[in-house]
Design a protein around this ligand. Structure first.
Ligand SMILES: [Fe+2]
Length: 249
């Protein structure tokens, strides 16, 4: 365990090591296939900060990321760490990690037969989808703040559910207006060709980001999204996390 993870208490039992040497050539080939299928669309439709982050943290098309190498680059930029975990974390452990600038990261990779969809996150969703945004200073601060606020709401299921919607409509399915166009930054969009294509083809209604609306917006995990909320800058989601704390605590 590295020094960055020693102060976690609740999450500690979920931490694992990534043994990068055991990935097979087939697994690296699946990663390469996944990245090469997503990149043409993302070069046109992902936000500038995602594409910049992808380069900054040194992700490659030809091999599964070695998290130790990613973290050297990421840590020196924003202090975030993609921390290997065994799978889904209970909420208190998840929020504890976010508040400590550690992103719980799975290390397994989907098989070739399931390129487009996995019911649980894998390293493609977690690292390709999420981690590039953690190189952006304001998004990085937002995500830590989000975790800190949620960690303080563990006693209140209803408030946590509302905060879960803020996560869903930003971190997972967030879009941003850039140069007059809707660009993608949420991991559920970045890592899914089907969800992204749905947005690009004007499937969901795109509303202006509004904290009250987001906290009240129900969603279904199992269906294509019908409503998304667009920000004009990432300052808006950082401010939203702060405002949510004022309203809910
Ligand atoms: Fe995710």
């Amino acid at each position: 365990m590295n020094s960055a993870t020693t102060h976690l208490r609740t999450a500690e039992s979920f931490l694992i090591q990534q043994d990068w040497s055991v990935y097979t050539p087939e697994q690296h080939a699946v990663w390469a296939e996944l990245v090469s299928r997503r990149m043409p669309q993302l070069e046109e439709h992902a936000c500038a900060e995602y594409l910049d982050g992808f380069q900054q943290i040194g992700l490659r098309e030809d091999s599964i990321p070695n998290l130790a190498e990613v973290n050297k680059r990421l840590g020196s930029r924003t202090g975030w760490n993609a921390t290997p975990v065994s799978g889904f974390l209970p909420p208190d452990a998840f929020f504890e990690m976010l508040a400590a600038r550690q992103f719980p990261t799975t290390t397994w990779l989907r098989k070739r037969e399931a390129l487009e969809y996995t019911p649980e996150p894998d390293i493609f969703h977690d690292v390709f989808g999420h981690v590039p945004m953690h190189a952006h200073p304001i998004f990085a601060d937002f995500l830590q703040e989000y975790g800190r606020v949620c960690a303080g709401l563990m006693h209140d299921k209803d408030k946590l559910e509302r905060m879960g919607r803020l996560f869903w409509f930003t971190v997972e399915f967030g879009v941003i207006r850039q140069k007059g166009a809707i660009k993608l930054y949420g991991s559920g969009l970045i890592s899914s060709h089907g969800e992204s294509t749905h947005v690009i083809h004007h499937g969901p209604e795109i509303r202006d980001f509004n904290l009250d609306a987001v906290l009240n917006q129900e969603f279904l995990v199992s269906e294509m999204q019908k409503v998304l909320y667009a920000v004009d800058s990432f300052d808006q989601i950082f401010d939203a996390a702060k405002e949510a704390e004022r309203r809910l605590t």
